[in-house]
Design a protein around this ligand. Structure first.
Ligand code: MSP
Length: 510
């Protein structure tokens, strides 16, 4: 961002079930972008966490014979553990049961009441407890099923507190018109704008029947609707993530908020209206990605087609999963997870094209030059140009949030380096002392090209990228985009052969 700061969020995940590849996907994509912005030298704040209140969590706790708090503690820890396994470098993990969060939610909600945006009314509607949302009759699937979960909805009638969402229609439309890029991709922008145009009903924002939540400050018989509680996490976290520091001033508003399209309306309609009502600046950009599908359907607990990420990580390493998801599922579109596709990309791209390339380069430098990377003779300007072009196109693609494209651009460089090995055949050059200069240049170019590849792929496969740099005798922490420039590495480095980067995996993970 212009001010050198970048505040990025994922949705906070429900603690009603174990995390699956779908959740992992959002967190991984957010982490890739967070790392990339750090590479650009920006000060990044990356937030994720868990959404722990509401009827749905209380019900799943009851089913497990636990109190809601015990249940939330157990499942929240699983999401946090998964974050660690994913190598996600989030700066704070918020839980909506944090006391600081609860207090701030009550305070902001009180403010909405004081300004007249929250009023008392009564409401009846079709409620899906998995969505924690009411649906209009016309939105339901045949047989009165929730359009998202395809499970029966129930008629719920209550007297509760309402948010004057309808009053924000014009201001929302003005905002959409003034900033056509604020919801990405365009199709989601259009979809959200249409929802607003078609007219908005006021929103029921408290529940009399749900005890597990933040009490309405002036009416403690009711709790604040879980979505209001949850959305506010993006704001409340900044108040207490770093004790003694108020990050609001530094990071508000979010530069980028990620989520899948299931929660578009909450983030692209209700959330900005709430912020307008509270007098707060709106996020700069929302990125609505697609679904990770399994067997043609959204992977979800309710559908029951979930893939557990843990065994894949155990067998193949986290970088393989990060790489596969980021490359396979075009950011913004749906993509299908298959074990075969995963294994295919692992063995063809990661193991053969990248891992073997590194092995060959390191071992040839060892064999022919005693392990020392020869200096640059300046004869490979063309490859140097390709490195700088790949750097530029990756940066542009990531700025446009086209992560898969950015990876493809770098991968062409990987393939180019593989071709170079074949074309120059260093093993032949090594036999002819008259061609020592050519051999020097080739080995230099390969090492330098790989060094750039490692830096450019670092956001996607951080651990492997650092291993590549270490194997090339480079500083594994030198991963800024500026370090990818030709010649920016440590001169005369000594290679340090290590184990196979993406070893063959015999057992299937799924
Ligand atoms: N708790 C709410 C979000 C509140 S944010 C203020 C919620 N939780 S959730 O656990 O259901 O997570 C939904 C999010 O998880 C999606 O928006 C998406 O980021 C991620 N995904 C869950 N399943 C997914 C797929 N199958 N594919 C892609 N993303 C998936 O909604």
């Amino acid at each position: 961002m212009a001010d050198g700061r970048f505040y990025l969020t994922t949705p906070i995940y429900y603690v009603n079930a174990d995390p699956h590849i779908g959740h992992a996907y959002t967190t991984i994509m957010a982490d890739i972008l967070a790392r990339h912005h750090r590479q650009l030298g920006e000060e990044v704040f990356f937030l994720t966490g868990t959404d722990e209140h509401g009827g749905k969590i209380a019900t799943s706790a009851e089913r497990e014979g636990r109190t809601p708090r015990e249940h939330a503690d157990i499942l929240s820890a699983r999401f946090r553990d998964l974050g660690g396994l994913l190598d996600a470098t989030y700066d704070f993990f918020i839980r909506t049961t944090d006391l600081e969060h609860e207090a701030e939610v009550a305070r902001i909600f009180q403010g909405l009441h004081d300004s007249g945006d929250v009023y008392k009314g009564s409401y009846g509607g079709w409620y899906c407890s998995a969505s924690e949302a009411f649906y209009a009759e016309g939105d339901l699937l045949e047989g009165r099923l929730c359009p998202v979960h395809k499970t029966p909805v129930e008629w719920v009638e209550e007297e509760n507190w309402f948010f004057r969402l309808s009053a924000y229609r014009d201001r929302l439309l003005e905002h959409y018109d003034a900033d056509p890029g604020w919801v990405q991709p365009q199709a989601r922008y259009n979809e959200a704008r249409r929802m607003i145009e078609q007219g908005l009903d006021d929103l029921s924002v408290s529940r009399a029947q749900v005890e597990w939540g933040v009490p309405v400050p002036w009416d403690p018989e009711q709790t604040i609707y879980v979505w209001i509680d949850a959305l506010l996490n993006y704001r409340t976290a900044l108040g207490y993530a770093r004790p003694g520091e108020d990050l609001v001033e530094r990071f508000w508003p979010p530069d980028l908020q990620l989520m899948a399209k299931d929660i578009l309306k909450f983030h692209a309609v209700i959330w900005p209206a709430m912020l307008m009502a509270a007098g707060l600046e709106l996020p700069r950009r929302l990125m609505i990605h697609g679904y990770v599908l399994k067997g043609g359907e959204k992977m979800s607990k309710t559908t029951g087609n979930v893939v557990d990420p843990f065994p894949f990580i155990e067998s193949y390493g986290i970088d393989a999963l990060r790489y596969y998801l980021a490359r396979e599922v075009r950011f913004g579109e749906d993509g299908t997870f298959t074990a075969e596709g995963f294994e295919g990309r692992y063995s063809q791209e990661l193991a053969n094209e990248l891992g073997n390339l590194l092995n060959r380069v390191v071992s040839m430098i060892g064999r022919y030059r005693g392990g020392v990377v020869p200096p640059d003779g300046g004869a490979d300007g063309e490859i140097a140009g390709e490195v700088s072009a790949a750097t530029a196109s990756l940066t542009t693609a990531f700025e446009r949030l086209d992560v898969s494209r950015g990876i493809e651009d770098v991968w062409r460089l990987v393939q180019r380096l593989n071709r170079l090995v074949e074309q120059r055949a260093p093993w032949t050059l090594a036999k002819d002392p008259a061609r020592a200069g050519e051999l020097d240049q080739t080995l230099h170019t390969l090492a330098e090209g790989l060094r750039a590849v490692a830096i450019l792929l670092w956001p996607v496969i951080p651990g492997s990228a650092e291993s590549i740099l270490a194997a090339l005798g480079q500083d594994p922490a030198a991963v800024a985009i500026a370090d990818a420039a030709w010649g920016a590495g440590r001169p005369g480095a000594t290679v340090a052969p290590s184990g196979q980067l993406f070893p063959r995996v015999e057992e299937e993970a799924a």
